[in-house]
Design a protein around this ligand. Structure first.
Ligand code: KG4
Ligand code: ZN
Length: 355
């Protein structure tokens, strides 16, 4: 079964074809990130305008009319959560394709999509199949989504279904998401958007040149609380206070040190709460996902801690290109919950929660 996926929830315009929820046959992603770097963050209307420009070229890089007509079985589209203007571009395009080519639509929750980046096993590239992993994750699953807009921990007993409840939200952020904390603190340090990528780079360079430092400058909010919630908004103030208090000028080396401190504070909390959930639920698989899961230090910490503390659980981390927004995970998620909806009933839902 071949599903055409469309993703336009924020600043990426993406299209993919995925076979049987495991093999990516074609994919195309356009990003308006460079434009948002100039404004220091996303202006929703600008993002939506870029979506409109990009959507048709992106789709036509993945499929031609003949392939769409003859080979595609269904169209998967992100319906939320996300920016309403951006979401509408993908949703309305999917509806038009569904109507013209008489293909059913499978609406996909973007957050669930992120989780399913861990179910992609192979990709067809330049006439060859690249295998990323042999087996998909098995249930029960503890999933952590760490993106620009969300930080969530969930327990899953099966694939999402309309008939029975298979996803239990364990906790989430009470204020800023992990990615948002990276983006906002990067801005304070004068680093470009997306901040997670900039902080990660600055931190990597600083650590390499200054081994053996113990990073304990910033608070780890809620780390010892007996719940699965997070709070990252205080980190901005802590970074601002540190710059004011020590009257430090932002040299490259200071930026590098503060970047490493920020990265260490955020990743410590994420790993601790994930391990708590693994200890309580003893899942067969733990799935990390979302843009922040591309962070090298976070991946390294999870690797080390799983070796020490979570031997009964398999750690799944997507390959970096499937961490940030793309349509391959949307088509993959759609395959596993084949809930077909008539195009007339598909709506963009910007505030959609994980359930
Ligand atoms: O999942 P995503 O592409 O979009 C949303 O659904 O939000 O995540 C984007 C977020 C941004 O906040 C970005 O700064 C962060 O992921 N990010 C990173 C890294 N790469 C992207 N954060 C930390 N380290 C990275 N390497
Ligand atoms: Zn996302």
């Amino acid at each position: 079964m071949k599903i055409l996926g469309i993703e336009t929830s924020c600043d990426e315009t993406a299209c993919s074809v995925v076979e049987n929820g495991t093999r990516v046959l074609a994919e195309s992603v356009a990003s308006s990130q460079i434009m948002h770097a100039a404004t220091g963050g996303i202006i929703p209307e600008n993002a939506a305008r870029e979506q409109i420009k990009a959507i048709l070229p992106v789709i036509s890089r993945c499929v031609d009319t003949k392939f769409l007509k003859e080979e595609i079985d269904a169209i998967a589209v992100t319906i939320g959560p996300g920016l309403i203007g951006s979401l509408l571009v993908g949703v309305e395009t999917a509806k038009v394709l569904s109507y013209i080519y008489n293909k059913p639509i499978i609406p996909v929750n973007h957050l669930v999509g992120h989780i399913y980046s861990n179910f992609i096993l192979e990709e067809y590239q330049n006439g060859r199949i690249i295998t990323y992993k042999k087996n998909p994750p098995s249930f029960p699953i503890v999933a952590m989504i760490v993106s620009g807009g969300h930080t969530e921990l969930a327990y899953m007993t099966g694939h999402p279904s309309l008939k029975k409840s298979t996803i239990q939200v364990l906790g989430g952020t009470r204020d800023d998401a992990a990615g948002e904390a990276f983006d906002k603190t990067a801005r304070i340090l004068g680093l470009p958007y997306p901040g997670g990528v900039s902080i990660s780079k600055a931190s990597f360079k600083f650590r390499r040149n200054n081994p053996g430092i113990n990073y304990k400058l910033f608070p780890r909010p809620m780390i010892n609380e007996n719940n699965y919630d997070f709070s990252f908004s205080g980190l901005k103030t802590a970074v601002l206070n540190e710059i004011k208090k020590s009257k430090i000028s932002l040299s490259n080396s200071t930026i590098g040190r503060l970047a490493a401190e920020i990265e260490e504070a955020i990743t410590d909390v994420l790993v601790k709460k994930a391990l708590m959930a693994i200890e309580e639920f003893k899942p067969k698989s733990f799935l990390l996902s979302g843009g922040v899961s591309a962070n090298l230090r976070l991946r390294e910490k999870f690797g080390e801690n799983f070796e020490k503390h979570a031997l009964w659980t398999a750690l799944h981390v997507p390959v970096p290109k499937f961490c940030t927004d793309n349509a391959s995970f949307i088509a993959t998620a759609a395959y596993y919950n084949r809930t077909y909806v008539d195009w007339r009933n598909v709506k963009a839902l910007p505030q959609l929660g994980i359930r």
